[in-house]
Design a protein around this ligand. Structure first.
Ligand code: 13P
Ligand code: SF4
Length: 304
């Protein structure tokens, strides 16, 4: 922590000078999560918090689609992303043309797009979802067939939870979660039978089937805080366990995790630089933003 302290102090000073708040995703490193964040959460929580920000500036410690979502929901604010290269394999996997292709293949089916998409894709969708509300959003659609984009694994996991719907999906995947295999989890359980295994729903369905619980990043945190298992394996990004392990010393966080190379582009140095220079403001074309806001707001309204 000694090495981080000067950055943390400088960032917290600049936050006050610039009237800025830092919204940080659960995958941020501990020095960001504990040192400078004003709000931490999963994608849905951060989107809802963005609507409530009264400060002039939002610094989004997360990936680009999260900063765009904040800008869409609170357009009067300056939204800074400390590294514009902080992308997402899911957001990169689909374009508005892909949405049009799915609509042509399944006429009349509503398009439910994961928030891990660009503003243009959100604008072309009927409603958004996150990992914490996907099953609820899909179940709320009147149509029997629902298009889910772009995460095929989230769609397949939701299909199990909402058997009354025919769900069709785009062929996207998260490069972090697709790397876990069911065999990894079975092996791990055979060596450590008392371990509680908790998987994010971006994992393939056969991986989720091996887990004791599946939920959004905040759902995973809530679960371990509530259940307090002696040993827990978080089948997700590595910073999750790093961020909560100090507050839960009785839990032994075990097993492999995977690093998100995009989330890890956000560092204290880059946060300091963006607040110092005010560079890296996210802009969304107003017409696209208006359409995208409808899709995101429908999701928020249905999640209340
Ligand atoms: P959550 O909404 O669960 O935080 O997921 C966001 C994400 O990018 C996970 O990979
Ligand atoms: Fe995208 Fe996966 Fe990284 Fe989340 S963990 S930002 S879904 S690549």
């Amino acid at each position: 922590w000694a090495v981080f302290a000067p950055y943390v102090a400088a960032i917290n000073r600049l936050k006050a000078e610039r009237s800025a708040v830092i919204l940080a995703h659960n995958y941020m490193t501990p020095e960001i999560y504990h040192g400078i964040a004003d709000v931490v959460g999963d994608s849905l929580q951060l989107a809802i918090e963005a609507t409530r920000v009264e400060a002039d500036v939002i610094v989004q410690c997360g990936v680009h689609f999260m900063a765009e979502t904040s800008k869409i929901l609170n357009p009067a604010k300056t939204v800074l992303i400390p590294d514009p290269e902080a992308g997402c394999s899911l957001a990169e996997s689909i374009t508005p043309e892909g949405i049009a292709e799915m609509r042509a293949r399944f006429p009349g089916a509503p398009v439910v797009s994961y928030v891990n998409t660009t503003a243009e894709v959100k604008a072309a969708s009927d409603i958004c979802c996150t990992s914490s509300n996907a099953a609820h959003i899909v179940a709320a659609q009147e149509a029997d067939t629902v298009i889910m984009t772009p995460d095929k694994y989230l769609a397949q996991n939701v299909a199990k939870q909402v058997p009354g719907k025919r769900i069709v999906w785009w062929d996207g995947a998260c490069i972090v979660h697709e790397r876990f295999t069911a065999q990894d989890l079975r092996d791990f359980r055979s060596w450590n039978p008392e371990t509680r295994i908790i998987a994010h729903p971006e994992c393939p369905p056969e991986v989720v089937a091996e887990a004791d619980f599946s939920g959004s990043t905040s759902g995973i945190i809530d679960y371990v805080e509530r259940e307090r298992p002696a040993k827990a394996m978080l089948v997700t990004e590595c910073s999750m366990a790093a961020n909560i392990s100090d507050a839960l010393p009785e839990i032994d966080f075990v097993g492999p995790c995977n690093m998100c190379p995009y989330m890890k582009k956000i560092t204290l140095e880059k946060v300091l630089w963006s607040l110092h220079t005010m560079q890296g403001a996210v802009e969304v074309d107003p017409e696209i933003a208006t359409k995208a806001r409808v899709a995101v707001q429908r999701m928020i309204d249905l999640s209340r």
